[in-house]
Unconditional design. Structure first.
Length: 84
């Protein structure tokens, strides 16, 4: 009987706390598609899509992550997703 009373008390304390928790979904990531041209580098593509105050290295890292790139070598005709 004491175990049942303890469980009921725990529920009375836990349920209001749990009901006040809010869950937020991550915002959907948007991308633009770019086709690699001869002479393009990951750096030049990132620099072309960076804002005036953006860190180009950060953009390079985001492009690498979005496209699962393990090196900076690009092939002409390759399609890259550029995070916006």
């Amino acid at each position: 009987m004491p175990a049942i009373a303890l469980a009921a008390l725990a529920l009375m304390v836990a349920l209001p706390t749990l009901s006040s928790v809010r869950l937020y979904a991550a915002t959907a990531q948007r991308y633009v598609s770019v086709t690699v041209q001869p002479g393009d580098s990951l750096w030049s593509i990132a620099a072309a899509h960076a804002g005036p105050t953006a860190d180009v290295q950060e953009i390079v890292d985001r492009i690498s992550d979005a496209n699962h790139l393990h090196s900076g070598t690009l092939q002409p005709g390759e399609h890259l997703r550029i995070p916006l």
